[in-house]
Design a protein around this ligand. Structure first.
Ligand code: ZN
Ligand code: ZN
Ligand code: ZN
Length: 160
């Protein structure tokens, strides 16, 4: 896991120097917090963790600004329905980033990021637009129970 985090940071750094963005020390620290987090965090969670991990204070205002930067660079995503943030699962990937779709576990609160095929999205958008509805966000956030919670549940049921 730690190795994975280091890899992601390195990849983010090289991606930034390639595209002329500046991944400052503070931005990098915010990204690291999100990479280490097991569930999505609010901006205030990030401010708290920044303080406890780095003994440095971060205002909510600058946290929002750094998050905007990280979202723009596609290293971080924002869950619109809960106003929480999570690191992109594909920072180390070479493939093109697809439109993210999030599967949110209502039990352990972990979020799995999966890509939605462009064709599927086109069809979805078409049928939404046909009904006269205008989308403000194309991000899809679905709630349910993850695989590991499901198998834990099955395990408990067996022992009853
Ligand atoms: Zn992503
Ligand atoms: Zn990937
Ligand atoms: Zn779960």
């Amino acid at each position: 896991m730690i190795n994975n985090i280091e890899n992601s940071i390195q990849k983010a750094q090289s991606e930034c120097s390639r595209t002329g963005l500046r991944l400052t020390d503070k931005r990098c620290k915010v990204l690291k917090i999100l990479l280490q987090a097991e569930e999505p965090l609010s901006a205030y969670d990030i401010v708290d963790q920044f303080k406890s991990s780095y003994a440095e204070s971060l205002s909510a205002m600058s946290a929002y600004r750094m998050l905007d930067f990280l979202i723009h660079a596609n290293f971080v995503h924002k869950l619109e329905t809960s106003n929480q943030y999570l690191a992109c699962s594909h920072i180390c990937c070479a493939h093109e980033h697809e439109l993210p779709q999030f599967l949110i576990c209502d039990q352990c609160h972990t979020v799995k990021e999966i890509g939605l095929r462009k064709q599927l999205l086109k069809e979805l958008k078409g049928s939404i637009e046909n009904s006269g509805f205008v989308l403000s966000s194309q991000q899809i956030e679905l709630h349910g129970i993850c695989k590991s919670c499901l198998s834990k549940q099955a395990e408990t049921n067996k022992n009853l």
